[in-house]
Unconditional design. Sequence first.
Length: 243
Amino acid sequence: MKKSIIIILIFICIICVVFLNLPEKQVMEKNEENIVQVPEKKESIVIVMNNTEENRVKLDDWRITLVNKDNLLPENYQITLADIDDERKFDSRAINYLNDMLEDMKNDVKDDFWVQSAYRDPEYQEKIFNEKKQEYLDDGLSEERAELLTSKTINKPLTSEHNLGLSVDFNYVNTSFDETDAFKWLQENAEKYGFILRYKKEKEDITKIIYEPWHWRFVGEEHAKKMNELDMCLEEYIDYLNK
């Protein structure tokens, strides 16, 4: 009888010990499970954030302001102009880069060259757009066709880089300019002064503007060198900085 009682008491003690330890084990397993589920911090996330911040600063740079058919001149855009000559003006923040480039061109290039067009206010832009469009209308083209052909060479007001005051057109504004020594000099040296060939032949599908060897845009030395290195037009470069 005593043996039976002792066995029963031992059995009861074993059961108590098991049940007392069970909650602790469950808590440990639960904690281990939570640790596994917590995502490990990755250094690459920090790097992406740093790049994004750097690119955001670049995109705020006035020198690479994008103006085209899809991106109007920023509302209330203000510009201080400086004289290139008696008739033509350029953004005062970049005029020294342009003057230095023109001066060095004069020293190195034998051909005659000149700035045909630079800053245009939106009212004048509208005037030359309508005049060119009227030429097509006078030739018997439809309104739609006339506007389409005009927009290939002249942008509407607020969609032209000339409204920014950061672009110059050289000589007679035709493709024969790319046969001149001045054009060859610009291809080799313009980036040193922060200028790029804005509308390249191989980028027409992107810029929606025909090849314009006469049209050069100031973007700053840093951006000009990078764009040429990557073989990007301004639209592509903005997308590149956005990534």
